[in-house]
Design a protein around this ligand. Structure first.
Ligand code: A4P
Ligand code: MG
Length: 178
């Protein structure tokens, strides 16, 4: 018997994927700051962070381009604790929620996938409902985990092959090491 089996509850660790997006206030810096903040989340290990991709905003009116990326993490946070933590990071980076959907933002952090869980409640829908149609999610997701099978949707490579990547422009981001 080892120490870990003597009366010590083992916390459950889940692998999760976070979508990162910004189209205000120096998006590349916002995404790099988000990477640092994700690296400092409690009960969480940042496993990988994708390259950054600049791409046109999907949404109403004229908006600045987005910079998008994806983080792979291992976490002991529950899905709702993780959402709370992500919303604190968004607020710390100046995210304002006003009144219209898909408005420009300094930082958007979405729970794309959380283990093999399917969640549908008032606060959280996982896998993220629109991720299967979005090259700016699927390409960086493939970069961090080419073998990922998105629960209910299928292999990330197959999902990506069904959408156009023409508008994605990889950002030359020398970045800090994790
Ligand atoms: N919520 C439910 N499920 C989730 C989830 N899986 N992850 C709830 C995170 N939040 C989730 O989110 C509104 C509420 O969704 C939250 O309070 C949470 O309880 P929000 O971040 O305040 O607003 P939002 O992001 O505008 O909402 P929505 O509808 O989730 O937007 P999307 O689908 O995330 O789209 N164009 C480009 N090029 N790149 C982008 O990243 N992003 C959006 C936002 C639009 N256009 C874009 C991009
Ligand atoms: Mg969001």
């Amino acid at each position: 018997m080892t120490a870990s089996t003597v009366g010590v509850a083992t916390a459950s660790v889940s692998k999760a994927y976070i979508g990162v997006g910004s189209n205000l206030a120096c998006p590349v810096e916002q995404v790099r700051d988000a990477r640092k903040a994700l690296n400092e989340l409690p009960k969480t290990r940042l496993l990988a962070f994708s390259p950054l991709y600049r791409n046109p905003a999907l949404g109403p009116g004229e908006q600045p381009d987005y910079v998008n990326a994806v983080a792979a993490i291992e976490t002991e946070l529950t899905p709702h604790e993780l959402l709370d933590a992500l919303q604190i990071i968004e607020a710390n980076q100046g995210r304002l929620r006003r009144c219209f959907r898909w408005e420009p933002r300094t930082l958007d952090l979405d729970v794309l996938v959380y283990g093999d869980r399917a969640i549908h409640d008032r606060r959280l829908t996982v896998p993220h409902p629109r991720m299967g149609e979005r090259a700016f999610v699927l390409k960086p997701l493939l970069d961090v985990d080419p073998d990922l099978d998105v629960p209910g949707l299928g292999p990330v490579a197959a999902l990506l092959s069904a959408v156009s990547q023409a508008s994605l422009q990889r950002v030359d981001d020398s970045g800090d090491a994790l």
